[in-house]
Design a protein around this ligand. Structure first.
Ligand code: SF4
Length: 453
């Protein structure tokens, strides 16, 4: 089952890494802000604010832009979301704030909330504006350990520091930001403004212990528990899930995260004129497919074992990918990779979908439907490994299918709280930020109540 829509093919001369959601000039920002109806009132927030997982006061920050007060606007954003600059670039606004804008419900174009958020936060970073929310409370209360310097850990740290706790973040890698610096596709965000966001955290007083693993082979859980009143687990997910099909070790087959990391190294793989096949149906599959087109691949095809309706990728991104020229081959599963040394094709089999009550349909192979798809480059985007091995070192934690379980406050067990991808299995940056904030509030409450020591 193949479908191709080629309406808006990207220009050959287009910069491979041009940002999808570029900046607004001051004039354009004020015009965009003037479209906001300032919905909501005390106790009944605007639908865009409700849809934002971090509940940024969107009409307020837009009004501040309209009045020519971008720094005040940035304060409004950062108070709710310390990674408001990064989220302005990577949030799926079509599914969240902009998708809930009342203008859309009236059949009009949404207010450009994402680009306005970027405008205000960029202004603050450009002027090295020190927001009121950057200043920690004076009192020093608990000392909290955070495992993982991804969005959930950073947001948890900011929230705790603002109410007067000390925070140390332990990160096994040498980089701060979790997947942002290496695994967010560059057409969405390269690195900026993550360094400025990290600088805010350092100003707040967060201590980073980079290159510091925890658990077996690193700092022991007992040592951590002795040092800290509470510990937040924001350990995310691991490397790509790899397929164990014949030929999987051929040259030209990339795990998606390695592919994106290579792009972000500034030395992208040579794809001009190549036939690229992407295996998977999630948002990462769409990102790498669109990046491959920007690198002038002559054809990019996404192979997915279910149908379009069952794809986990955002529908608006699938539509945009089609408009740019990405082809989709649904109900297709790979059987083996073909080639001598270098991959040259994929032997595939079609699937039929069997309904499963309350779940996505189950793909079943159709015998005799085999065919060969041409591919000089294959990118595997079938998900990331869970951190089961690490989390199982703490026997009181409850895991379900490898994902950590907490209560609605983010409390896991003993001194442990958690948030981010190790709970969700892979959600948005803004969702991870919201979960980090939620756990910080729970830790603060429990320290105030004397439940942690
Ligand atoms: Fe403005 Fe749209 Fe939010 Fe209403 S829903 S406050 S119009 S951005």
């Amino acid at each position: 089952m193949t479908m191709t829509v080629q309406q808006k093919k990207i220009e050959p001369a287009q910069d491979a890494f041009r940002e999808l959601r570029g900046p607004l000039t001051e004039d354009k920002a004020i015009v965009a802000a003037s479209r906001c109806l300032e919905c909501g009132r005390e106790g009944n927030p605007a639908p865009c604010t409700v849809a934002c997982p971090t509940h940024i006061d969107i009409p307020r920050f837009i009004r501040q832009i309209y009045r020519g007060e971008p720094l005040a606007s940035a304060d409004t954003i950062f108070t709710a979301n310390v990674l408001g600059g990064s989220c302005a670039r990577v949030c799926p606004v079509e599914e969240l704030c902009e998708g809930s804008c009342v203008l859309v419900q009236e059949g009009r174009r949404a207010v450009e909330i994402g680009r306005l958020q970027r405008y205000a936060t960029d202004a603050a970073f450009a002027l090295e504006h020190q927001s009121l929310s950057d200043r920690p409370a004076k009192r020093s209360r608990g000392h909290i350990g955070i495992i993982g310097a991804g969005p959930a850990g950073l947001a948890c740290a900011a929230e705790l520091l603002r109410v007067g706790h000390q925070v140390t973040i332990y990160e096994a890698r040498s980089q701060i930001g979790g997947l942002i610096p290496t695994a967010i596709a560059p057409y969405k965000q390269w690195t900026e403004p993550l360094p400025q966001e990290v600088a805010v955290l350092r100003r707040l007083g967060v201590q980073f212990k980079l290159g510091q693993a925890v658990g077996e082979g690193g700092l022991s859980w007992q040592q951590l528990e002795a040092r800290h009143e509470a510990i937040f687990l924001g350990v995310g997910l691991g490397a790509d899930v790899l397929v164990s099909l014949p030929g999987a070790d051929l040259k030209g087959i990339w795990p998606s995260l390695e592919f994106i990391e290579q792009l972000k190294s500034g030395n992208p793989p040579e794809l001009a004129g190549r036939w690229v096949a992407v295996i998977g149906g999630g948002n990462t599959a769409i990102d790498v497919a669109r990046e491959a087109l920007r690198l002038q691949a002559s054809q990019v095809t996404v192979l997915y074992r279910r149908d379009e309706a069952a794809m986990p990728a955002y529908a608006h991104e699938v539509r945009e990918a089609k408009e740019e020229g990405v082809r989709f081959q649904w109900q297709t599963m790979p059987l083996r990779f073909l080639g001598a040394g270098q991959v040259s094709g994929i032997e595939c089999r079609c699937t039929r979908l069997v309904p499963v009550p309350g779940d996505r349909p189950r793909p079943e192979p159709v015998e005799g439907s085999e065919f060969t798809a041409r591919a000089d480059v294959v990118i595997l985007a079938i998900g990331q490994r869970k951190r089961t091995e690490l989390l199982e070192q703490l026997p009181d934690l409850h895991l379900k299918r490898g994902l950590l379980q907490t209560d609605e406050r983010g409390y896991a067990s003993g001194k442990y709280y958690a948030g981010g991808d190790c709970l969700t299995g892979g959600a948005t940056v803004v969702e991870a930020v919201a979960q980090g904030k939620r756990a910080a509030q729970a830790i603060h409450q429990d320290i105030e109540r004397g439940l942690l020591s």
